[in-house]
Design a protein around this ligand. Sequence first.
Ligand SMILES: [Mg+2]
Ligand SMILES: [Zn+2]
Length: 274
Amino acid sequence: MAGTVIIFDFDKTIIDCDSDNWVIDELGATQLFEALLPSMPWNSLMDRMMMELHAQGKTIDDIAEVLKRAPLDRHVASAIKYAYALGCDLRIVSDANFFFIETILKHHGLIGCFTEINTNPSYIDDKGRLRIVPYHDFTKSSHGCPLCPPNMCKSKIVERIRAGEKKRVIYLGDGKGDYCPSLRLGEGDFVMPRKNYPLWDLIQNNPGLLKAEVHEWSNGEEQEKVLLHLISLSEFVVSNGAVATPQLLSVDCKMNSMPAKPHEPLPKILPVPM
Ligand SMILES: [Mg+2]
Ligand SMILES: [Zn+2]
């Protein structure tokens, strides 16, 4: 399982909403957000909105409380814990920001399952305002990818993760920004697009452009089923071409953090004849 890297988008993939919109809407700043959106990049606007909210008397704690209420499907939480317990390497690549993601993952007891969180950095300034900084500083240079927003090309991050040892990647996402990294994955990798969301639409428009195998999902329950299925599949083929047995599932793992019994049985997987 150590040979499997699972890369998660965050908004509408791990949580069932967009964390930026969630905070703006819950704190009553939707009108201002929509008025400013045509004039600035999304990421810069979020930084601006955090300052506006602070000026209106909203504190970091107010923002954190709202984030803790963001919907996160229990099946998604259980899939993450299970994949981690099996020894998979879980990572986040997200265009949200570190404070939002960290607050939500800590609240749900999931933060320890992830090796790294790649997202727009955030910090609290001396006035107590949450500041959000672009992951890629586009004022200095462009990342050069025409598909992606100026502050982040997820492909650059995914390529760094894949550099070095050959690992099988399972990539989960929903948005336009997840298309670029999906195009870069190779044979033996998997993409899990959320059905009827922009990533899925883009893939449907020209399925031949992807080398990775595509497995769609619609909700948390399906995401869990499909992900656990793909994890067990990847156990059958080891890098040297030998066929592993399902018993490996219970060997190499950090079983102490694994639930005694998943709330649903793992899908039965039959080895594919080679
Ligand atoms: Mg997303
Ligand atoms: Zn890109």
